[in-house]
Ligand binder design. Structure first.
Ligand code: DX5
Ligand code: ZN
Length: 217
């Protein structure tokens, strides 16, 4: 069954813990935590103290951290200490991909590698060994609520084929513009096994129904 990681970027920050409890109780598999540095992307979000607080409030929640930052390597240990269970960083960042991936694993955390819409799927192939997640962006990162770019579907198919060929089974994840009625099923058909959704879950009038609509895919 496909897994769901709701992105707190679209949560009500005055009630962050309660919002997360609600979607986890409804069946969400983890919490997607989007960190932006105002440099790698043109926006700022939240960082270590917020993750620490959320982890303290919800110690059993699996925290899926997505670093949209230029220098992820520098912050790996701090995010692990703050409660990250997996850390996904971008192939377009300025640090060594192998060193960053190895550092994440060395701290006992699962490693994920993300690619922006302009980056071909093949760029990930040399790094696939050792990755727990490959994250295909459905939007240019930086903001929630953008329209899905279908280029992600072709990349998911290429990654699915390459993983199958090599006997690898990382989660194939997609983030940005994922909706339960439209783009979500297309992504699953293309090979996605982990859907990230922000506005479609935390922005929904009925968050419980929104989670269930994804879990039924
Ligand atoms: C985009 C973030 C996403 C974002 C998704 O920069 O990485 O996780 O919150 O939001 P939606 O699902 O609204 O496109
Ligand atoms: Zn994200």
């Amino acid at each position: 069954m496909v897994k769901l990681s709701p992105s707190v970027l679209s949560a009500d920050f005055a009630h962050l813990g309660n919002n997360c409890c609600e979607v986890l109780d409804a069946g969400a598999d983890m919490i997607h935590f989007d960190v932006m540095d105002g440099h790698f992307v043109d926006n700022l979000s939240f960082g270590l103290p917020v993750l620490q607080g959320l982890h303290k409030a919800l110690p059993n929640a699996y925290m899926d951290v997505h670093l949209m930052i230029t220098n992820p390597l520098k912050y790996v240990k701090e995010f692990v200490d703050a409660g990250a269970n997996c850390i996904t960083f971008h192939i377009e960042c300025s640090d060594s991909i192998r060193a960053t991936s190895a550092a994440i694993r060395a701290y006992g955390c699962a490693a994920g590698l993300a690619i922006n819409p302009d980056t071909p799927a093949e760029c990930v192939f040399p790094y696939l060994d050792g990755l727990s997640i490959v994250l295909v962006m459905g939007v240019t990162p930086g903001h929630g609520g953008q329209a899905f770019n279908p280029v992600a579907l072709d990349k998911l198919r290429k990654l699915r084929a390459e993983c199958n060929r090599r006997g690898l089974s990382p989660y194939l994840s997609v983030d940005g513009g994922v909706k339960a009625a439209t783009t979500g099923p297309q992504c699953v058909e293309a090979g996605a096994t982990l859907l990230v959704a922000g506005s479609a879950v935390f922005g929904a009038e009925d968050k419980v129904a929104a989670v269930q609509s994804f879990k039924n895919l």
